[in-house]
Design a protein around this ligand. Structure first.
Ligand SMILES: [Zn+2]
Length: 357
């Protein structure tokens, strides 16, 4: 049973951020694994956690999946502007990081396609097993050691049933400050990779290292189009007008807010409706329809995505959407309504089925 705790107060939230800052400034980093682990815990908190302030169990398997996501594109050869050669960037002060080597091998076997690697069950399971082992041997129990001192503020350093338990308030803070934490960690990761002597010949006058390291792998959205067209009966999700042309696949929760391509987050819309919405969250009426669709047809939609090999996880989609609207509500951000432009978010959104977590 997760412990029932109130959400952390402002003072506790500040303390959490200061501890995280200390960890990044003073923790010993010999590889980039610790950065990946921090990002994984933050992402998993968004996808699986809630705002109750409760503790949260995180399986090593879920962390391993995130590691593969992050390192997949980083295991490609890199050649900075004006650099003399291309090679895979070093991620470790000693020899190349084991996870990078394991992914490199699978990458070449699957011609660089992450979905293909995922669909090959045996390959995928053996890769995850390797990554899990490395996570347990390396960053997991060392992350919170600073100068020989244990600063166990994220989780207790014990693995039970192949999982760790985030302390009360941790998932809350990782969700609330997701963007800030992601920026801090990515910045430190880029500086680490830039600083390694072995990487110097590859960097050249690199300016886009951040984009190379973290520009996520995007799925081929055209695969989702016929599925959505069918479920929406040929109509635009936002205005319900007939889609004369093929329509555009739109991230309901914008990619810029949370870059993950999970099936249930997609809707099909007119190019004009999609362009008007831009990178904003959609207003209450649209969210209402999105919730209804996934309550009523989420399962069938998932089965249809399976048939075309498109990744989905309805539970995670509920969580990510409720997190995104919670962030917007907390920050007082306006949302987009068709015909109405920018409007404030109707507080009734919290009562929608699927948003009550
Ligand atoms: Zn439309």
């Amino acid at each position: 049973m997760p412990s029932r705790m109130p959400a952390p107060c402002s003072d506790e939230q500040v303390k959490f951020l200061l501890q995280l800052q200390t960890l990044l400034a003073q923790g010993g980093f010999v590889a980039t694994y610790k950065f990946a682990l921090l990002l994984a815990l933050a992402d998993i908190s968004v996808e699986k956690g809630d705002d109750s302030g409760a503790s949260m169990r995180v399986s090593i398997e879920a962390i391993a999946e995130k590691f593969v996501d992050y390192y997949w594109r980083q295991a490609m050869p890199y050649q900075g502007l004006g650099a003399k050669k291309a090679a895979v960037l070093r991620q470790n002060t000693d020899r190349q990081a084991a996870i990078i080597r394991a992914i490199e091998e699978i990458r070449s076997r699957c011609e660089g396609s992450l979905p293909r690697a995922r669909n090959d069950r045996r390959t995928w399971q053996s890769l995850l097993a390797k990554v899990k082992r490395t996570i347990k041997e390396q960053p997991l129990l060392k992350l919170q050691t600073i100068g020989g001192r244990q600063l166990e503020f994220l989780y207790a350093n014990t693995v039970v049933a192949d999982a760790i338990e985030l302390k009360p308030g941790v998932a809350f803070c990782l969700r609330r400050y997701h963007e800030l934490i992601q920026d801090l960690v990515r910045g430190a990761w880029v500086r680490f990779v830039r600083g390694l002597r072995e990487n110097q010949p590859l960097l050249g006058q690199t300016v886009d290292l951040d984009e190379f390291l973290f520009g996520s792998e995007r799925a081929d959205l055209s695969v989702a189009r016929p599925v959505l067209l069918d479920f929406q009966e040929g109509r635009c999700f936002y205005c319900e007008g007939v889609l004369q042309s093929r329509g555009e696949v739109d991230h309901f929760v914008p990619w810029s807010l949370y870059p993950v391509d999970l099936g249930h987050n997609f809707v099909l819309a007119h190019a004009s409706c999609n362009a008007a919405k831009k990178d904003r969250l959609a207003a209450y009426e649209h969210l209402h329809r999105w919730c209804d669709r996934n309550v009523e047809q989420g399962k069938e939609l998932g089965a249809a995505f399976d048939e075309v090999g498109f990744l989905h996880d309805l539970q995670a989609s509920w969580r990510v959407t409720s997190w995104a609207y919670g962030q917007a509500a907390a920050a007082g951000v306006h949302v987009w309504a068709r015909g109405g432009g920018s409007v404030s978010l109707d507080p009734r959104w919290r009562g929608l089925q699927g948003m009550r977590l």
